[in-house]
Design a protein around this ligand. Structure first.
Ligand code: GLY
Ligand code: MN
Length: 448
């Protein structure tokens, strides 16, 4: 029976308190301030997914919701769109602003963001009327010269929707942005350090992804189309209560050398390698695991040569990953996993075929928040994913596992997924049928 986890909303209230504490200590002269966090909006072409930081501090999956926290009183208010009576005809799970619901969700109060929305959804180009309550409350704050701590990094693509909403609000609250202070680095600091519960959820996402790899290994064969392998993978995700953490990569032959290939529409060739880079997202937590499979079910000599260099690089780097070491730091190459991997591959003559980072933080997002300028810390979860890509030979190999940084090193969270070449070959064999097994035993018995 699938197990649907019950949410512990107290956990998210505790995180909000922790954020308040962090902001108070980072900005001691700004105690009379507000924290404002915006949730994600629905989009027509993709299923709704809550914005990760909003989810981290609320656990709430209502679209177009807003959190305003009074720093001084340490009170959290949730604002939800006023969907009128229309929405329940279209979708399930609308939050009503009652005290009882507020208590259940761990908030001090819930209010409507404003007057009823047109239709059954609320959009980033909301009207002043749809956000009337929020506009009124924030106008008061601005009039009282309060600082608004929010997410507003100067970054080419982070938190685009949240920053768009800030811009939208300036249409109704002049000077609003002037009083906003970006706290995304403080939020990233909190999010990168995973507690045991988060590790369990990441582990569950990894476990599902391991099963998906095992399913993929069994259906990879000459003549199959890459998307058929993708279908086997995503069947496991969906039937395990998970979604994709990122578009599944199934790259055969030359496509194995294209780093983020995801067309997945080529016919798999007899002598190809297939790079399968996939991740389940379970309760918002992500896995990210890559294996490389030989279609012939045995690696050729050349494939073995390259595969073993990649595997050795990963082993070498995983043995070095620990608190105090950087994922990448060009000023300290001797303590930087990326530079060490590069040097290792250079010693084998393959550094120019390794053209991406050695890994990234993993959590609510597959490329999770976390400051790469800081060294690794206890509680980080990272990937280690060396690769060698030789397009001239249509030969790409990537091996990626997920690691938890602990006081004296790192722990692989994905060791249940085979990666030694003999084990990969074994994984690709069809499962032995019970009858066959008995027949084999009978034969053996007869011969003896
Ligand atoms: N697994 C995809 C990536 O790390 O970019
Ligand atoms: Mn990755």
């Amino acid at each position: 029976m699938p197990h649907i986890e019950k949410k512990n909303y107290a956990l998210y209230a505790t995180r909000r308190k922790e954020l308040i504490k962090k902001i108070k200590s980072a900005y001691p002269n700004n105690q009379n301030a507000k924290i404002v966090l915006f949730g994600a909006f629905e989009q027509e072409r993709v299923p709704f997914k809550q914005e990760s930081s909003f989810y981290y501090y609320s656990g709430i999956e209502e679209p177009a919701a807003t959190i305003i926290i009074d720093l001084e009183q340490e009170m959290s208010s949730l604002y939800v769109p006023n969907f009128g009576t229309e929405r329940e005809k279209w979708v399930a799970g609308v939050i009503q602003p009652t005290l009882e619901k507020a208590q259940l969700l761990g908030f001090d109060r819930i209010s409507y963001a404003g007057n009823p929305c047109k239709g059954y959804q609320c959009h980033p180009f909301f009207t002043a009327s749809e956000y009337a309550q929020i506009v009124q409350d924030l106008t008061n704050d601005i009039d009282q010269q309060r600082t608004i701590f929010t997410i507003n990094p100067d970054h080419p693509y982070a938190y685009i929707e949240q920053r768009f909403i800030l811009q939208r609000l300036t249409q109704f609250i002049p000077n609003f942005l002037l009083q906003c202070v970006d706290v995304s680095p403080l939020i990233a600091q909190m999010r990168r350090k995973k507690n045991n519960h988060e590790i369990e959820l990441i582990y569950k996402a990894i476990d599902i992804t391991v099963h998906a790899h095992q399913a993929a290994a069994r259906v990879i064969q000459e003549g199959a189309i890459e998307y058929e392998i993708q279908a086997a993978i995503e069947y496991i995700f969906t039937s395990s209560g998970a979604t994709i953490a990122f578009p599944s990569i199934v790259g055969s032959g030359k496509n194995s050398t294209v780093l983020h290939y995801n067309q997945n529409n080529a016919i798999i060739g007899k002598n190809d390698l297939v790079v399968v880079d996939i991740g389940a997202s379970y309760n918002y937590y992500c896995a990210d695991l890559t294996r490389t499979y030989p279609v012939a079910k045995t690696f050729t000599k050349r494939q073995r040569e390259i595969y073993s260099i990649v595997l050795d690089t990963q082993d070498y780097i995983a043995n070095l990953a620990k608190p105090g070491i950087w994922l990448s730091n060009k000023n300290k190459p001797e303590e930087s996993l990326y530079h060490l991997a590069h040097d290792y591959l250079k010693s084998k003559g393959y550094d120019k075929y390794f053209m991406h980072g050695i890994g990234h933080f993993l959590g609510l997002d597959v490329h999770d928040v976390g400051d790469y300028q800081e060294p690794l810390q206890v509680g980080d979860v990272i990937t280690i994913e060396p690769g060698i890509y030789i397009p001239q030979e249509s030969l790409g190999v990537r091996i990626e596992d997920n690691y938890w940084i602990v006081p004296d090193g790192c722990v692989s969270l994905s060791e249940n997924l085979s990666k030694a070449m003999d084990d990969i070959e074994q994984m690709m064999q069809p499962p032995v049928e019970m009858d066959q097994e008995f027949e084999k035993e009978d034969d053996e018995g007869f011969e003896a």
